[in-house]
Design a protein. Structure first.
Ligand code: HEM
Ligand code: FPP
Length: 347
């Protein structure tokens, strides 16, 4: 096993898990799905799954249900929603309006995350990164998880439709369907899943943008989609590299499982970083003027530069350390770029 693979496996922590003691018990569940003994993986065994006795009781907590929604991804989607709502409005948005928008978006996005975990509850047992999730670990049963995902999705969609009209609600439902019904089954079939996932991950910007005055036919809205699509390539290529062994062993088809040298992941990261700059610079010029677009262009390039640099380094040498730096830079670059584009619409 190469050093970087060992580091990746040793350092694997479930990114969407909520750490610490369980705060609040909300139901008692009897597990009927495969559970995992993570120690088996840590000790080198590939046989992750051990059937949890059917009559064993497991206690679900509020924390487990939060974890089911993929809270870190949802949080980042909410960051993009704040920015795109202000860009759609062309200025500040009333705090109450923003809170309703964030609640509706979080509910639909959380429902999508839960539905994805329901779909992948068995294969998630096969990866150390995902084996401790509530469903594979047997902390939440299938039926309550399904009801939770359903209610969250329906209530979130109704909230968006009632408060903001059809366009944001349709954007939410379309995103949900693309992510859950198209992307999720594609993950075990073709590496093109990343392209579909990138579109699904980008469409939520249209929820915020159309909720506050933007329309589906605006170039600005679609350039914001372009920003998110482009950003996800470096973001995910870093992850796909770090977990390539787990992905491969579990049966997922990713760029890095079919091309483990990292060459393809490298050029996809660079291409995504360059496309991100192109979309950002175009957005900087849309409101018109001369000096502000120039200033904003410099700001866009400066904001995106860390991820381009990390992509170039990762492309030159694909290893765990460079992949981790690339992932970290992606999580800083997106909010920084959105901040600059948002400030730009105020001038
Ligand atoms: C092709 C699309 C995407 C894929 C395949 C993807 C995949 C992943 C995976 C597997 C992780 C977990 C990494 C780990 O366990 O260490 C992760 C982390 C994360 N992703 Fe993505 N992602 C995508 C798009 C997005 C989008 C659209 C957002 C939000 C706008 C996002 C935000 C995040 C955040 C905030 C984290 C947490 C990083 C951490 O652990 O601190 N991702 N992503
Ligand atoms: C409004 C709305 C419906 C928003 C939903 C959009 C959404 C959840 C985008 C996530 C993007 C994405 C492809 C994440 C990776 O999932 P993964 O399944 O590859 O991650 P995993 O391997 O950790 O499960």
């Amino acid at each position: 096993m190469s050093t970087d693979v060992m580091i990746a496996d040793a350092a694997t922590v479930h990114s969407d898990s909520v750490d610490g003691p369980r705060a609040l018990e909300i139901s008692t569940a009897t597990s009927n799905i495969p559970a995992v003994n993570p120690a088996a993986k840590t000790s080198g065994s590939n046989a992750m799954s051990a059937e949890r006795p059917k009559n064993e009781t497991a206690t679900s907590t509020l924390r487990d249900y939060v974890e089911l929604t993929k809270p870190r991804i949802v949080t980042m989607i909410l960051v993009t929603t704040v920015a795109t709502a202000m860009i759609g409005a062309g200025g500040l948005v009333a705090i109450v309006t923003m809170l309703w928008l964030l609640l509706g978006t979080a509910m639909v996005a959380g429902s999508a995350g839960a539905a994805n975990q329901i779909w992948e509850r068995v294969i998630d047992c096969e990866m150390l990164r995902t084996a401790k999730r509530p469903l594979p670990a047997g902390r939440v049963r299938l039926l309550p998880a399904s009801m939770f995902a359903f209610l969250l999705g329906v209530c979130g969609t109704v909230l968006l439709a009632v408060q903001f009209g059809n366009a944001p609600a349709i954007a939410g439902v379309a995103t949900w369907m693309l992510y859950v019904l198209v992307y999720t089954p594609m993950k075990t079939r073709t590496a093109w899943n990343t392209t579909v996932g990138a579109i699904a991950g980008a469409l939520p910007v249209l929820i915020g943008y159309t909720a506050t005055g933007g329309t589906m036919s605006d170039a600005t809205g679609w350039l914001l989609v372009g920003v998110l699509v482009a950003w996800q390539y470096p973001h995910f290529m870093a992850i796909a590299w770090m977990y390539r062994r787990q992905y491969g062993e579990a049966g997922f088809v990713m760029t890095t499982t079919i091309e483990p040298t990292g060459r393809s992941a490298g050029w996809q990261s660079i291409s995504g970083s360059l496309a991100l700059i192109a979309c950002g610079v175009t957005l900087a010029w849309i409101p018109g003027g001369l000096w502000m677009p120039i200033v904003a262009t410099i700001g866009v390039i400066a904001a995106c530069f860390p991820m381009l640099k990390a992509s170039l380094r990762f492309s030159k040498q694909a290893d765990d350390q460079n992949a981790r730096k690339l992932l970290r830079s992606s999580l800083l670059v997106l909010p920084a770029l959105l901040l600059i584009i948002t400030i730009r619409v105020f001038w």
